[in-house]
Design a protein around this ligand. Structure first.
Ligand SMILES: [Mg+2]
Length: 213
């Protein structure tokens, strides 16, 4: 399939709706090991991104412009640490599809990989440190593997969602090595990282969006 600007606009709308629905749960998760604002940050960021993206003229914009404006608006809406992380992810997504008028299944997997890599680079985090990387890194790898096996986009995204979910679950057993929660030591064991949880929400929203097409 070909993903054009109009579909990307709708995809950002779907992500914003998912964050709105999950806002309270994400804040509760963050309340256990942080300052309870993660759901608010993600909802604010993606609603700002969706609004800015929706305002683009689809006939004179390309996918790169969509991701770039999403990055800028996410960054200005979110003061928390997730602001620069997702802004970098979205900028990298834009750079990965430069000058393409519409995106193929392969391009969409490139987008997912670019986002995961951007988050990992910006946060200087490795898997196993109880961050959103624990969901994003396995998700990108699973999507790439499925696509390399010839699976269509929706099936590849399903694999990504499952891997993200498994990765987020695994953060329960981890001690935090990045950010403020790293000061809490063993007290965070048993609790899922909120950034990994919101990564699942995002990847699930993208999966559902492309399953319906
Ligand atoms: Mg927080």
């Amino acid at each position: 399939m070909q993903v054009d600007v109009v579909q990307l606009q709708a995809m950002f709308g779907a992500i914003a709706q998912a964050m709105e629905r999950e806002k309270e749960r994400l804040c509760e998760l963050d309340g256990v090991i942080g300052d309870a604002d993660h759901g608010i940050a993600m909802e604010l960021g993606f609603s700002a991104a969706a609004k800015a993206v929706a305002a683009l003229d689809a006939s004179s914009s390309d996918p790169t412009a969509v991701f770039n404006i999403a990055a800028k608006s996410f960054l200005s809406a979110v003061g928390a640490s997730s602001g620069p992380l997702y802004a970098t992810a979205l900028m990298r997504a834009g750079a990965s599809v430069k000058e393409k008028p519409a995106l193929s299944d392969d391009d969409m997997i490139d987008v997912l990989e670019a986002m995961a890599k951007g988050i990992q680079d910006r946060g200087k985090a490795e898997p196993g440190e109880k961050t959103m990387v624990d969901a994003w890194a396995p998700a990108a790898l699973a999507a790439r593997t499925a696509r390399d096996e010839g699976k269509p986009l929706a099936t590849s995204l399903e694999a990504a969602e499952q891997a993200a979910r498994k990765g987020a679950e695994a953060t329960r057993d981890m001690v935090a090595l990045k950010g403020r929660s790293s000061r809490l030591g063993d007290r965070v064991i048993g609790h899922m990282d909120p950034g990994a949880a919101s990564a699942v929400v995002l990847i699930e929203a993208i999966h559902i969006f492309f399953s319906d097409r």
